[in-house]
Write a protein that binds this ligand. Structure first.
Ligand SMILES: [Zn+2]
Length: 206
């Protein structure tokens, strides 16, 4: 990926401050002096790393769906739940809307964001021109960020578990740890994703 000097302006997406753009070197960061938002943070091989993290995430989400998330036992009774069970828990009653929302927020949206990264960055990592509609796909990727709630699900489950643990014996299943790892990988990925670099690359290569 080339980062040649480019003249122009850059607007802080957070506070709208306007700056004359200087492209930083790899590993450097351009930060808004008013609100400390990171504007540009190019990293060497960032795209391929982000892609690798996306594939990792996809595998984690799909596996976590079906593997046991929780096992609860009390007085000889034993129950096992997967994320899929949690999503489908309300699927028969009037609460099925809730079921849909939960499924979308903890599974579909994170998965879609991963697929969008593959679509946007994949061809560029392979040295080709961006795929058709890559700019739209990247815009959607950014718009979906606040709706990706896998981490809130994991956190919520953690809190609920502390309460249930007093009443029954709770074992965390493999899916719980997978979702935990997923949360960390998503954080790493968002941290590595420099939106300016992506837009810049999309513009230059199309
Ligand atoms: Zn700012």
């Amino acid at each position: 990926m080339s980062h040649s000097q480019q003249s122009g302006y850059i607007v802080c997406p957070h506070c709208d401050a306007l700056y004359v753009q200087h492209t930083p070197e790899f590993g450097e960061r351009a930060v808004c002096t008013r609100c400390r938002t990171v504007l540009i943070a190019p990293r060497r091989n960032a795209f391929i790393r982000i892609l690798a993290l996306s594939v990792t995430n996809l595998i984690l989400v799909i596996a976590a769906l079906f593997l046991p998330f929780l096992q609860i036992s009390r007085a000889g009774f034993h129950n096992e739940t997967s994320v899929m069970d949690a999503v489908l828990a309300f699927s028969d009653g009037p609460l099925f809307v809730l079921s849909l929302a939960v499924g979308a927020l903890i599974v579909l949206v994170p998965m879609m964001r991963m697929l969008l990264t593959l679509y946007v960055l994949g061809p560029m990592v392979a040295g080709r021109a961006p795929a058709r509609g890559a700019a739209k796909a990247f815009r959607l990727f950014e718009a979906l960020k606040p709706w990706s709630m896998a981490e809130i699900f994991v956190l919520g489950c953690g809190v609920a578990l502390v309460k249930v643990a007093a009443l029954a014996q709770v074992h965390l299943g493999s899916a719980f740890w997978m979702m935990g790892v997923l949360v960390i990988v998503v954080l790493l990925q968002d941290n590595m994703m420099c939106r300016w670099s992506v837009w810049n690359a999309l513009e230059k290569r199309s």
